[in-house]
Design a protein around this ligand. Structure first.
Ligand code: ZN
Length: 97
């Protein structure tokens, strides 16, 4: 019998990176460029879509890594969409399981 499993990847975020993301979220800033996010702007990984595109390009070019950007708080971890509200999902995403 074959069953589907989900493999999680983990990345260590230091305190500075957590603070950077928290500050951006609180102040409505893009974690990549630290500029204000305008009302109604489409966000990708918590960043301006143009910043996220630039990041994706840099990753494709091998200059940055997805994990590295998450680890330094310059964009948010990949998620399945909106932020989880279910306690189990929140706990799983925080990696405190
Ligand atoms: Zn930006």
């Amino acid at each position: 019998m074959r069953v589907r499993t989900i493999i999680f990847g983990w990345v260590e975020m230091n305190k500075q990176a957590m603070q950077r993301l928290a500050k951006c979220e609180r102040d409505g800033l893009c974690p990549a460029c630290l500029q204000k996010i305008e009302e109604g702007e489409v966000l990708v990984r918590g960043c301006h879509s143009k910043c996220a595109k630039a990041t994706y390009r840099a990753i494709a070019a091998g200059k940055l890594t997805d994990e590295g950007q998450v680890a330094c708080g310059e964009w948010k971890p990949r998620s399945g969409g909106r932020s989880p509200s279910n306690p189990v999902s929140v706990k799983a995403n925080l990696g405190v399981a």
